[in-house]
Ligand binder design. Sequence first.
Ligand SMILES: NC(=O)c1ccc[n+]([C@@H]2O[C@H](COP(=O)([O-])OP(=O)(O)OC[C@H]3O[C@@H](n4cnc5c(N)ncnc54)[C@H](OP(=O)(O)O)[C@@H]3O)[C@@H](O)[C@H]2O)c1
Length: 343
Amino acid sequence: MHHIKCKNPVSSTESNLHSLSLPPPMEPRIVLITGCSSGIGLALAVKLANDEQRRFKVIATMRNLAKREALEEAAGDALNDTLEIKKLDVCSESSIRECMDSLPGRHVDILINNAGVGLIGPIECQSIDDMKGVFETNFFGVVRMIKEVLPDMKRRRSGHIVVISSVMGLQGIMFNDIYAASKFAVEGFCESLLYQAMKFDIFLTLVEPGPVVTEFELKTNEEAMLGDYSKTDPETVEMFTNFYLKNTKAIFSSLGQTPAEVAEHVLHVITMEEPPFRHQTNQVYTPVTALKYADPSGELVNDILYKLVFHHDTLMQASLQAIKFIRWKANKVQQGARMLGLI
Ligand SMILES: NC(=O)c1ccc[n+]([C@@H]2O[C@H](COP(=O)([O-])OP(=O)(O)OC[C@H]3O[C@@H](n4cnc5c(N)ncnc54)[C@H](OP(=O)(O)O)[C@@H]3O)[C@@H](O)[C@H]2O)c1
């Protein structure tokens, strides 16, 4: 719980007055989501728009409306009812403003910053422009969006800002140097902004998924396969192409969540009375991130991760296979229970 209600009587009166201008509780909450052309954004937009209690009106945005078909299909009857598709590029202030200006009263109750891009590989082989591109979307994209909605949320003394961060915003992973840095930047930004948000009764939540099976992994891996690795040494190329890429595939297939699972977590977070500041969606990663806090010198987590990657590769592969099997079995049990009407 991060939210401390304002105890100052003047502010609470202000807060009460402002709450009078809020829509009545039964009115759907306006949720704006970025990056809805695929993956988590698409699944989340569809999930919220099809809410049985009709608690949300979803503004599902994407930078390229030519990609709207998949969302339109998945949205079904919710399209143009509880779900509206709009153009928004998080790298363009004018695009953000245009989208916001098209909303009645520029009103957004819940902003979900989901748009993001990946970048993997040895840094010697990545251009500074490519790295800046990742920050433009993953970090400045979030900053631009929050800058746009914050003044109004402050005025109304209500609102919820959600950022789809990553466990890589808490713990760096080999060959994800720039991506992890962009998510760390987002985490530091939100940690600092949180206190202002609390003062204005605005909730702020970082959702931190582990691996999620979306186009993200495909796109990032495809780009990596086509990469030019002549600027680095053969040992690094070997580590990246034969070792990292191979292990990542195994990790995604054994630990990866579906976009729908992540959407379920976000739904849970935005319907909580006191949403948390951080929410991890994949329990498998919680011990890894906890290790970091257990030993501030970093020795513990770095030693374990190094050994796991370079000394116990076979053990890691075996554990991943075991987890994959257990999850497959659990899924089957759940399906059976559902068919029998037990859950
Ligand atoms: N997949 C994972 O393993 C994973 C794990 C942890 C966190 N995440 C985070 O989850 C979020 C969603 O990723 P995903 O896995 O769902 O990947 P995805 O399927 O590739 O979706 C990313 C979305 O972001 C959009 N986007 C990219 N640049 C944009 C821009 N400038 N303006 C607006 N939209 C833009 C993409 O649009 P286009 O179709 O136009 O490119 C796409 O709709 C990202 O922030 C990612 O970092 C993903």
